[in-house]
Write a protein that binds this ligand. Sequence first.
Ligand code: HEM
Length: 169
Amino acid sequence: MQKSPAHPLLKFLVMSTTFFLVGTIHGVLQVIHPIRVWLDSIGSPYGGPGHMIDPLAHAHINMVGGVVLMVMAASYYLFPVLAGRPLYSHRLVQHTFWWTSLGVVGFYTTLMVFGVWEGLLYLENPDSVAEAHRYYPPVIAVVSTVMGVGFWCYFANIFLSVRTLYKNG
Ligand code: HEM
């Protein structure tokens, strides 16, 4: 018997669950005493390298990766049910998933790599952090934009779908 292809929104659910898995493990690790002491010694949660790990990386993998991806899937599923009309674009559904997911992976990895790297440098010699931090602004700007494109594809698809309701009456 031929297997039916997976529903296009299923991957949102799987990726959201995966991000929650990473985010909750991150959450538990950051309260384990030796790790907590290390994070506090590099500025978490107020600033410095520690701030990138806790709360920034932790907040975004859970809030954007976990919650927002699930909300995007739920609203893409609910729109046709509530409006009795199809979504404006299924291509934008794909773009929403890939830009948002790759953006979350890039944003989280950038914050964790620079957080740990600069944290180790800070404890060795605080003056050496600035040299490493020179690379952070362009990298975080690129991955933030990728994540932002995912949001903007979603907003465009929802608003254009709503517009079809009024355009075709
Ligand atoms: C393209 C999307 C997004 C980008 C590029 C982004 C970027 C950032 C940046 C750069 C900060 C740190 C500001 C600082 O240095 O203190 C921040 C803070 C924060 N963001 Fe986002 N963000 C995005 C979406 C979201 C969303 C959708 C949520 C929640 C649903 C969220 C929750 C938070 C929280 C809770 C903080 C504060 C963390 C803290 O300092 O306690 N972000 N975000």
